[in-house]
Ligand binder design. Structure first.
Ligand code: GLU
Length: 346
């Protein structure tokens, strides 16, 4: 899993973007990059490996501008190289993407036939190229992004930035989460509220299929039918301890050391007053009607599911399969009517 940030700010955004990306480091990544618009000019810097490499790159070749997008990549299509790192740029468009564009080969063939050639091995570059194509046909950035997104199959969180547009960011979500942050004369996007924690605690989560047109003074969110939608703004309390390494060298070391306190906190949430029993919340799932449970997850959530398998089998006497999500989606496992599926994610 990887991360997206975007800022329409009133200060130089490059250091803000890098800081925000650091807060998404816990997700893991193989390369990183940012793009900014400065006096209308769209430019980017990218680097393989840790964020410090991107920071070093920015020291050597600074990037100015008060509007920008950033990305930490977990490569799915194309090796983790600087060339394949996001943001991807095509003409007046820069885009960052989490997820997979499943139909990128068809789109790439179509774009190549139109004379738009790709430079990278990524699926994401087709998003930038397609948007560039629609803009070259006279569409506004918003229309071009909307038309592009309508062509995409797969899962994505996307943020776009445009040449000549110092006060415009477009964001879209299908399958991968994306949050919009509300600032004082500023606006942000982020993979989660943690990324945006030092900037704002006022967050609107995009819903499935949402498309957002963001400026410093307005945020318009359209639902999957293109209708203007009213999405709730929430005030999120982020525990500062969650977002840094807390003195540990790696997030993994911190997470391992935290296990006793995490289990204690979680269980105490469900403990009844006399502390002798755990009371689980009501659910409307009748285990008697379930023959089999399939748990689908990635990474740490996958390991958590493996542990849960022991408990479901022992306590509920339910046969359990645990699948890695990235494999599950490409298989066609026979699923009987009595199978229940549980999808676990960070
Ligand atoms: N599929 C894209 C790539 O490989 C995005 C991966 C990601 O979510 O970081 O570049």
């Amino acid at each position: 899993m990887c991360g997206i940030v975007g800022v329409l700010g009133n200060h130089q955004v490059a250091p803000i973007l890098v800081e925000a990306l650091k807060r998404l480091e816990y997700r893991g990544y193989d390369s990183a990059g940012i793009a900014t618009v400065n006096a209308g000019h769209l430019e980017r810097r990218r680097a393989v490996g840790k964020l410090v490499n991107l920071s070093d790159r920015l020291v050597a070749e600074p990037l100015s501008g008060k509007a920008g997008i950033g990305h930490t990549r977990w490569a799915t299509h194309g090796a983790p190289t600087t060339l394949n790192a996001h943001p991807h740029k095509a003409g007046p468009v820069a885009v960052v993407h989490n997820g997979i564009v499943e139909n990128f080969k068809e789109l790439r063939t179509e774009l190549n036939a139109l004379g738009l050639t790709h430079e990278t091995d990524t699926d994401t570059e087709t998003v930038a190229l397609l948007t560039q194509y629609y803009m070259s046909q006279g569409h506004s950035p918003q229309e071009a992004a909307q038309k592009t997104i309508a062509r995409l199959e797969g899962a994505f969180a996307l943020a776009f930035l445009f040449q000549g547009e110092d006060d415009l960011m477009i964001a879209a979500r299908k399958g991968s989460p994306l949050a919009i942050g509300h600032g004082d004369g500023e606006a942000y996007v982020g993979s989660d509220a943690i990324a945006l924690a030092p900037l704002t605690d006022k967050i609107t989560y995009l819903e499935e299929g949402d498309f957002a047109v963001i400026t410093r003074s307005s945020i318009e969110i359209y639902d999957e039918n293109g209708t203007l939608a009213n999405r709730e703004m929430r005030t999120i309390a982020i525990d500062a301890a969650r977002v840094d390494k807390g003195g540990y060298k790696h997030f993994m070391a911190k997470e391992i050391a935290e296990q006793p306190s995490v289990l204690k906190n979680t269980l105490s949430h469900y403990q009844n007053a006399d502390a002798s029993e755990v009371e689980l919340p009501d659910h409307n799932i009748d285990l008697a009607h379930i023959d089999r449970l399939t748990m689908v997850a990635c990474g740490t959530a996958f390991y958590a599911a493996l542990t849960a398998k022991y408990w479901f089998e022992k306590i509920a006497r339910l046969p359990v399969d645990v699948d890695v999500a990235s494999e599950f989606r490409y298989r066609e496992p026979p699923v009987s009517p009595g199978t229940c599926a549980l999808f676990v994610s960070q």
